[in-house]
Design a protein around this ligand. Sequence first.
Ligand SMILES: C[S@@+](CC[C@H](N)C(=O)[O-])C[C@H]1O[C@@H](n2cnc3c(N)ncnc32)[C@H](O)[C@@H]1O
Length: 205
Amino acid sequence: MSALHNALHRLAGSADGSSGAGAENYDRLPTRLLGPLYRRVVDDLIDANLPAGAVVLDVGTGPGRLLIELARRRPDLQLIGIDPSPHMLALARKNLNAAGIAGSISLRAGTAAALPVDDSSVDVAVSTVTMHHWPNIGAGVRELERTLGPSGQLLIYDFRFVSSAPLEQGTRTWNPPVTPQRSAVWVAPWLPVPLFTRYQVAAGS
Ligand SMILES: C[S@@+](CC[C@H](N)C(=O)[O-])C[C@H]1O[C@@H](n2cnc3c(N)ncnc32)[C@H](O)[C@@H]1O
């Protein structure tokens, strides 16, 4: 594992939002380093050709940097960010205000296993560098199935070395069962290995 991967993993791993200082520290350096990842995720969402008004849910939005990037490029989408940490949510509100887009994004308290959204109301659920924080990935995956519409999509990006087994076990119980498609995400082309993996799951497929 490269030194950069180790450093990012340590920094992001400590960003559990359990303190205001931790949230601020996470937003000060790691989110800057993660800029290429956010841009890649937004490119993927743009490529998905979502219709105007489609609902995108960011699970574990942290300081909201992905939502800001997405709102800039697709201001016509309905964006929702959820996070269990009041410190992260406060920081996200501050960042959205500073970006002048606070009015267009809904920020809500919640966890992957208890999402504050209606059944079948989400077109795309996305999550960056967060699944490894979920205490019960299986419960999160069940909850995501509830919230995704019949043609909903799940896109999870996490460190390459995070085990995908709980995610794969979880989507096997979806109706119909689905297998996540895995691809390497190479946001730092000069590194010998990709830092992240993307898991793409299409509900109802
Ligand atoms: C490393 S940060 C990533 C934040 C953001 N997605 C990003 O890419 O910058 C991890 C985030 O996961 C959130 N988190 C922790 N437990 C969670 C859970 N059970 N469900 C959803 N999010 C959770 C933390 O509060 C924190 O904001």
